[in-house]
Ligand binder design. Structure first.
Ligand code: FE
Ligand code: FE
Ligand code: ZN
Length: 292
């Protein structure tokens, strides 16, 4: 890897190429997008020209990889049969869109059990992932570590592993670590000691090799609050020291880092990216320079 893999979630309003151009205009080396409306179950099929314009635009930039995030409506662990069915169909459709767009990663919120129970929810997620994931898929499903708000599952490494262990095609599944979610879930990584022990724990339970994307977000609420409220880097409760360790951690260096911080315009992404870049130490900057 020759560069820092840092970027933000970009709007696809006006086309996928617009998201790529917006990301490139502010110096992103990776971006995240929705491949369809975040609030709809289904979307009209991608046209060849739409795919073509996107790929040509992408090839002219230094952005790699593109990461997709599934619609928030999807809950493949839902106890409601109708929602579960729609979620399976919608997830399959999103995987297909990622295959068509050659997007390597599709981040998924594993699910929530609403008025059901957690165990059944986890079992449904496993069964449905095993149904939906096809060997021919070129995109990987990334299970996101969640804050544990309400009945949301997978706010622990153990729950993510519980699912991962039971996936038939393990090569087609990875993990997305969200700093806000981890913090809200109760994980501490704000001091050298807690940072190292948390990643050791992650490696033991899940395996660092399965970590494919990091969502870099500060948290509005305190550690252990289980509230999923993202905040601008440095303005939340996590503290810059934690972000400094992440940005300079050579074990995490080649993992794409995506901002999902509050945003009114691209200026906000520029601000957050600058805060993170300013945390890079002389040693890291040297390594970056040598890799060029
Ligand atoms: Fe997410
Ligand atoms: Fe996230
Ligand atoms: Zn979140």
């Amino acid at each position: 890897m020759s560069q820092l893999l840092l970027g933000a979630h970009m709007s696809v309003a006006g086309g996928f190429d617009k998201a790529v151009l917006a990301g490139a205009s502010i110096g992103c080396s990776t971006i995240q997008i929705f491949t369809k409306s975040n609030r709809q179950w289904s979307a009209k099929k991608l046209s060849d020209s739409e795919i073509d314009i996107y790929k040509k635009t992408l090839n002219k930039t230094a952005i790699n990889p593109i990461i997709a995030h599934t619609a928030y409506l999807i809950n493949i662990g839902s106890p409601n049969k109708d929602i579960e069915k729609k979620s399976i169909a919608s997830l399959a459709e999103e995987i297909e869109r990622c295959n068509q767009l050659s997007i390597p990663y599709l981040v998924l919120h594993p699910g929530s059990y609403i008025n059901g129970n957690k165990h059944d929810c986890l079992e449904r997620i496993i069964e449905n992932l095993n149904t939906v994931i096809q060997k021919k898929d070129t995109t990987l499903i990334l299970l996101e570590l969640m804050a544990g708000q309400g009945s949301t599952v997978c706010s622990t490494f153990e729950e993510l592993e519980y699912i991962y262990k039971r996936i038939d095609n393990k090569k087609q599944v990875g993990i997305c670590f969200d700093t806000c979610h981890a913090w809200a879930a109760g994980y501490d990584f704000s001091t050298t000691h807690t940072y190292e022990s948390m990643w050791r724990h992650f490696d033991e339970i899940i395996g660092l090799k399965n970590l494919k994307v990091i969502h870099v977000n500060d948290s509005k609420n305190t550690r252990g609050s289980h509230l999923d409220r993202h905040e601008t880097i440095g303005k939340g409760t996590i503290g810059l020291e934690a972000f400094k360790m992440i940005m300079n951690d050579m074990n995490l260096f080649d993992i794409p880092k995506i901002l999902e911080t509050p945003k009114n315009s691209l200026e906000d992404d520029i601000y957050n990216m600058n805060v993170l870049k300013n945390l890079l130490t002389a040693t890291t900057l040297n390594i970056l320079e040598q890799k060029k």
